[in-house]
Design a protein around this ligand. Structure first.
Ligand SMILES: [Zn+2]
Length: 229
């Protein structure tokens, strides 16, 4: 099946590329039975494939393509199944892209929750033991005639104090381990929650992005989200 897609800055193109140096009707992309031909459509600043200016050239997904100074990423614009082109991605429909990002963020939140739930029991035991020591100490002040019993309580206090130190050390160690895991999870998230065009980390949460009418990448202006009508 043969298809011709128009590429350029004007809104009437099949693939609209919002970039100042791209001409209104910059290029043509022809799909001839699965073979892709890219043609310069008398653009001002040219079409470049792997650093060579072309008037027409067969291209594939590995080629580095520039329209003037703007990189043209085939995968971003075309629906691809296997190696076959199944049409053009509607650039105003961000549901697929944003859905993917949202899923990445949800996975990160789930992982964070799991890390936060990791046994915090040692800290609780530590607090209980500290309170126990305080209560024993206080009971002496409140009931002065308990002093005869105090001599029996001293070994108890020592044992409880030793336990509290143990629980404290354990809790600190668990805390450090949790911190490490949190950092790892965050690093992983930062590598995935990125703009599909420039790979930069999107430093806003999905819920914040969804509150806006439209959200573009801060670096390359790729449309990341557009509120559905
Ligand atoms: Zn970007």
């Amino acid at each position: 099946m043969n298809k011709v897609y128009t590429i350029g800055r004007a809104k009437d193109n099949d693939l609209v590329i919002e970039s100042k140096n791209v001409s209104n009707h910059h290029a043509l992309l022809k799909d001839i039975d699965g073979t892709l031909i890219l043609e310069d459509n008398n653009s001002s600043n040219g079409v470049w494939v792997n650093n060579r200016r072309i008037s027409a050239s067969e291209i594939n997904f590995l080629d580095k393509i520039f329209l003037a100074e703007t990189e043209f990423n085939l995968k971003k614009y075309l629906k691809i199944e296997g190696d076959k082109i199944k049409g053009i991605i509607d650039q105003n429909d961000t549901s697929q892209l944003f859905g993917r990002l949202k899923k990445i963020e949800q996975e990160f939140e789930t992982e964070k929750d799991a890390i936060n739930k990791l046994t915090g029991k040692n800290m609780i035991y530590f607090r209980i033991s500290v309170i126990a020591i305080m209560l024993i100490g206080m009971s002496r002040a409140i009931f002065p005639n308990l002093s005869s019993v105090m001599q029996y309580l001293i070994p108890v206090i020592i044992i409880v104090a030793a336990a509290s130190i143990y629980f404290y050390v354990q809790a600190m160690e668990a805390g450090r381990e949790k911190e490490k895991q949190r950092k790892l999870a965050k690093d992983k998230y930062k590598l995935k929650f990125v703009c599909p065009t420039c790979d930069n980390f999107i430093n806003d949460s999905a819920s914040l992005i969804e509150m806006k009418q439209e959200y573009k990448c801060k670096y390359c202006k790729t449309l990341i989200y557009k509120k559905p009508k």
